[in-house]
Design a protein. Structure first.
Length: 194
Protein backbone atom coordinates (compact mmCIF):
# COMPACT_ATOMS: atom_id res chain seq x y z
CA UNK A 1 0.00 0.00 0.00
CA UNK A 2 1.36 3.40 -0.98
CA UNK A 3 2.43 5.79 1.75
CA UNK A 4 0.91 8.61 -0.27
CA UNK A 5 -2.63 7.34 0.22
CA UNK A 6 -4.65 9.22 2.78
CA UNK A 7 -5.69 7.40 5.93
CA UNK A 8 -9.37 7.56 4.94
CA UNK A 9 -8.59 5.92 1.59
CA UNK A 10 -6.79 3.07 3.37
CA UNK A 11 -9.72 2.62 5.77
CA UNK A 12 -12.22 2.46 2.94
CA UNK A 13 -10.04 -0.05 1.08
CA UNK A 14 -9.73 -2.24 4.20
CA UNK A 15 -13.46 -2.21 4.95
CA UNK A 16 -15.77 -4.79 3.43
CA UNK A 17 -17.84 -2.58 1.17
CA UNK A 18 -20.62 -3.42 -1.19
CA UNK A 19 -19.24 -2.96 -4.73
CA UNK A 20 -22.37 -1.14 -5.86
CA UNK A 21 -22.04 1.38 -3.03
CA UNK A 22 -18.30 1.74 -3.63
CA UNK A 23 -18.93 2.48 -7.31
CA UNK A 24 -21.64 5.01 -6.47
CA UNK A 25 -19.34 6.66 -3.91
CA UNK A 26 -16.53 6.92 -6.47
CA UNK A 27 -18.90 8.41 -9.05
CA UNK A 28 -20.25 11.02 -6.63
CA UNK A 29 -16.73 11.82 -5.45
CA UNK A 30 -15.62 12.43 -9.05
CA UNK A 31 -18.51 14.89 -9.41
CA UNK A 32 -17.28 16.77 -6.34
CA UNK A 33 -13.57 16.77 -7.20
CA UNK A 34 -13.62 17.20 -10.98
CA UNK A 35 -15.01 20.32 -12.57
CA UNK A 36 -15.57 20.01 -16.31
CA UNK A 37 -14.40 23.11 -18.12
CA UNK A 38 -16.64 25.12 -20.38
CA UNK A 39 -15.21 25.79 -23.85
CA UNK A 40 -14.40 29.38 -22.84
CA UNK A 41 -12.51 28.28 -19.72
CA UNK A 42 -10.68 25.62 -21.70
CA UNK A 43 -9.55 28.26 -24.20
CA UNK A 44 -8.50 30.47 -21.27
CA UNK A 45 -6.27 27.66 -19.95
CA UNK A 46 -4.79 27.13 -23.44
CA UNK A 47 -4.04 30.87 -23.70
CA UNK A 48 -2.61 30.78 -20.16
CA UNK A 49 -0.34 27.86 -21.08
CA UNK A 50 0.92 29.70 -24.16
CA UNK A 51 1.52 32.90 -22.17
CA UNK A 52 3.34 30.88 -19.49
CA UNK A 53 5.56 29.39 -22.18
CA UNK A 54 6.31 32.84 -23.63
CA UNK A 55 7.04 34.10 -20.10
CA UNK A 56 9.43 31.18 -19.51
CA UNK A 57 11.19 31.62 -22.86
CA UNK A 58 11.57 35.37 -22.28
CA UNK A 59 13.11 34.96 -18.83
CA UNK A 60 15.14 31.96 -19.97
CA UNK A 61 16.71 34.04 -22.73
CA UNK A 62 17.38 36.84 -20.22
CA UNK A 63 19.00 34.34 -17.84
CA UNK A 64 21.44 33.23 -20.51
CA UNK A 65 22.07 36.39 -22.55
CA UNK A 66 21.79 39.30 -20.14
CA UNK A 67 25.19 40.73 -19.32
CA UNK A 68 24.99 41.20 -15.58
CA UNK A 69 28.23 42.14 -13.92
CA UNK A 70 29.27 42.93 -10.41
CA UNK A 71 28.84 41.24 -7.10
CA UNK A 72 25.08 40.68 -7.56
CA UNK A 73 25.28 39.02 -11.01
CA UNK A 74 24.66 35.51 -9.68
CA UNK A 75 21.65 36.72 -7.71
CA UNK A 76 20.16 38.37 -10.81
CA UNK A 77 20.65 35.25 -12.91
CA UNK A 78 19.10 33.12 -10.16
CA UNK A 79 16.04 35.42 -10.14
CA UNK A 80 15.60 35.12 -13.90
CA UNK A 81 16.13 31.35 -13.68
CA UNK A 82 13.47 31.07 -10.97
CA UNK A 83 11.05 33.11 -13.11
CA UNK A 84 11.79 30.75 -16.01
CA UNK A 85 10.96 27.75 -13.81
CA UNK A 86 7.72 29.38 -12.63
CA UNK A 87 6.70 30.07 -16.24
CA UNK A 88 7.39 26.46 -17.24
CA UNK A 89 5.49 25.22 -14.18
CA UNK A 90 2.45 27.26 -15.11
CA UNK A 91 2.67 26.05 -18.73
CA UNK A 92 2.65 22.42 -17.57
CA UNK A 93 -0.23 22.90 -15.12
CA UNK A 94 -2.43 24.97 -17.45
CA UNK A 95 -1.67 22.74 -20.43
CA UNK A 96 -2.53 19.58 -18.49
CA UNK A 97 -5.85 21.10 -17.36
CA UNK A 98 -6.69 22.28 -20.90
CA UNK A 99 -5.86 18.91 -22.47
CA UNK A 100 -7.85 17.00 -19.85
CA UNK A 101 -10.78 19.43 -20.11
CA UNK A 102 -11.41 19.23 -16.38
CA UNK A 103 -10.06 20.83 -13.25
CA UNK A 104 -9.15 18.48 -10.41
CA UNK A 105 -10.12 20.59 -7.43
CA UNK A 106 -7.70 18.79 -5.14
CA UNK A 107 -4.49 18.22 -7.11
CA UNK A 108 -4.65 21.04 -9.66
CA UNK A 109 -5.65 23.76 -7.20
CA UNK A 110 -2.90 22.63 -4.83
CA UNK A 111 -0.32 22.83 -7.65
CA UNK A 112 -1.57 26.28 -8.70
CA UNK A 113 -1.46 27.50 -5.10
CA UNK A 114 2.12 26.28 -4.65
CA UNK A 115 3.14 27.95 -7.89
CA UNK A 116 1.52 31.25 -6.91
CA UNK A 117 3.09 31.10 -3.45
CA UNK A 118 6.51 30.67 -5.08
CA UNK A 119 5.82 33.61 -7.41
CA UNK A 120 4.72 35.96 -4.61
CA UNK A 121 7.57 34.86 -2.33
CA UNK A 122 10.10 35.41 -5.11
CA UNK A 123 8.82 38.94 -5.76
CA UNK A 124 8.74 39.68 -2.03
CA UNK A 125 12.45 38.89 -1.72
CA UNK A 126 13.28 40.65 -5.00
CA UNK A 127 11.59 43.86 -3.87
CA UNK A 128 13.22 43.71 -0.45
CA UNK A 129 16.58 43.21 -2.13
CA UNK A 130 15.93 46.12 -4.51
CA UNK A 131 14.96 48.29 -1.53
CA UNK A 132 18.15 47.29 0.27
CA UNK A 133 20.21 48.16 -2.83
CA UNK A 134 18.49 51.55 -3.04
CA UNK A 135 19.19 52.16 0.62
CA UNK A 136 22.84 51.13 0.28
CA UNK A 137 23.77 52.61 -3.09
CA UNK A 138 21.00 55.04 -4.00
CA UNK A 139 19.18 57.88 -2.38
CA UNK A 140 17.08 55.61 -0.18
CA UNK A 141 13.83 57.29 -1.28
CA UNK A 142 12.39 54.12 -2.74
CA UNK A 143 13.52 51.59 -0.13
CA UNK A 144 10.47 51.91 2.14
CA UNK A 145 8.09 51.95 -0.82
CA UNK A 146 9.67 48.78 -2.25
CA UNK A 147 9.51 47.13 1.17
CA UNK A 148 5.79 47.91 1.50
CA UNK A 149 5.06 46.63 -2.00
CA UNK A 150 7.07 43.48 -1.21
CA UNK A 151 5.08 43.00 1.97
CA UNK A 152 1.83 43.34 0.02
CA UNK A 153 3.06 40.56 -2.31
CA UNK A 154 3.79 38.37 0.71
CA UNK A 155 0.36 39.02 2.26
CA UNK A 156 -1.38 38.33 -1.05
CA UNK A 157 0.46 35.01 -1.40
CA UNK A 158 -0.37 34.06 2.19
CA UNK A 159 -4.06 34.82 1.58
CA UNK A 160 -4.06 32.58 -1.49
CA UNK A 161 -2.50 29.75 0.53
CA UNK A 162 -5.07 30.22 3.33
CA UNK A 163 -7.94 30.29 0.81
CA UNK A 164 -6.72 27.04 -0.73
CA UNK A 165 -6.41 25.42 2.72
CA UNK A 166 -10.02 26.34 3.48
CA UNK A 167 -11.12 25.04 0.08
CA UNK A 168 -9.27 21.73 0.60
CA UNK A 169 -10.85 21.36 4.04
CA UNK A 170 -14.27 21.98 2.53
CA UNK A 171 -13.64 19.27 -0.07
CA UNK A 172 -12.62 16.79 2.64
CA UNK A 173 -15.78 17.59 4.63
CA UNK A 174 -17.97 17.17 1.53
CA UNK A 175 -16.24 13.87 0.80
CA UNK A 176 -16.88 12.62 4.33
CA UNK A 177 -20.52 13.77 4.25
CA UNK A 178 -21.00 11.93 0.97
CA UNK A 179 -19.60 8.77 2.52
CA UNK A 180 -21.91 9.10 5.52
CA UNK A 181 -24.90 9.79 3.27
CA UNK A 182 -24.24 6.67 1.19
CA UNK A 183 -23.84 4.56 4.35
CA UNK A 184 -27.21 5.83 5.61
CA UNK A 185 -28.87 4.98 2.30
CA UNK A 186 -27.41 1.48 2.49
CA UNK A 187 -28.53 1.06 6.09
CA UNK A 188 -32.02 2.26 5.16
CA UNK A 189 -32.13 -0.30 2.34
CA UNK A 190 -31.10 -3.09 4.71
CA UNK A 191 -33.76 -2.06 7.23
CA UNK A 192 -36.45 -2.06 4.55
CA UNK A 193 -35.48 -5.57 3.43
CA UNK A 194 -35.87 -6.83 6.98
Amino acid sequence: MSDHKRFSDRLIAAEQVDEKRKERYAMELRKILNQTLTPARRIAYVVGAVLGLLFAVDFGVLTVTLHITGQYAAWGRAMFGALTALGLGWTIIAGRIAIRGALDRRADLLAITRLLWGYFLLFFFALLFAGWLDLKYGSGKWSVFLGVIGLSYLVTGALIVIRNSVHQSELRVREKLLEIQLRLVEMDGKMERR
